[in-house]
Design a protein around this ligand. Sequence first.
Ligand SMILES: C[S@@+](CC[C@H](N)C(=O)[O-])C[C@H]1O[C@@H](n2cnc3c(N)ncnc32)[C@H](O)[C@@H]1O
Length: 292
Amino acid sequence: MSLSKTFSGMLLRTPKNLCFRRTFSVVNVMKNRETTHFGSNTVPKEEKQKLVGDVFSAIASKYDLMNDVMSLGVHRMWKSHFISKLDAGKRPNSTEPLHFIDVAGGSGDIAFGLLDHAEQKFNDTESTMHIVDINPDMLKEGEKRAMAQGKYYNDPRVTFLVQNGETLEDIPSNSKDVYTISFGIRNFTDIQAGLNTAYRVLKPGGIFFCLEFSKIHNPVINAAYQQWSKLLPIMGVLVANEHASYQYLVESIQRFPEQEEFKSMIETAGFKSVGYEDLTFGTCAIHWGIKV
Ligand SMILES: C[S@@+](CC[C@H](N)C(=O)[O-])C[C@H]1O[C@@H](n2cnc3c(N)ncnc32)[C@H](O)[C@@H]1O
């Protein structure tokens, strides 16, 4: 890709809170730096995290609306299926509570859902949860929700932690039973590093469980979906006055590896019994693996 193409793309598409001068300096130094993609743009590797952070800060307060627009509300069903399929919780005959970590979990949707499931199905009120996100604004949204629902706020079992999921430097190795990540991993600069870290923090026997947008293999349904995707940035403007963030989200979905490739990456991290399930024709997929 030529630098001038990259440059004009960035000017058109970067989130509105990025200033022109900053974008310009990114382009000037790019020649000598390792690069990665940010949506369909090429950016220096060390810049991506900040750019992704800007996207989620811009939409944090309208996060549910964004998800409803992007998935026509179906994300609620996907998340609910993800939680029941994992079916985690301390079993009545077990003496040890489970230690969960939900990475990129800012909204709290998955973390609270998992704890509710463990309590309702297994009467488990002991298992612990780390909700980790790189973006403090997204974590604040999760905390606000916990406060509003009167559950999991100021709860000694639940820890909110600002941290990069690629490294999780404050999470000890072999310390977690269940690692979940929902619609988060495609935003990582280095996805393989994130998977390797998931493997590191899980105990032997622990499970990795991931929900992410994926690839539709039926060409007719895929063509319709691609047309729908083109409308999303426009809908972003209509419902949330946000074009660039929605454009990034669409492009990040298109860039994410397809099911078999992502499965291989999970295996490369060291996981066994790796598999996946397509949801809604492959619009998204649940991926899993076990650390042995
Ligand atoms: C689409 S939201 C998903 C939130 C939640 N898991 C859900 O399913 O509703 C993506 C989240 O990934 C977080 N994120 C992006 N890059 C990250 C990273 N490197 N480490 C941790 N979190 C990250 C964002 O801040 C954002 O909260």
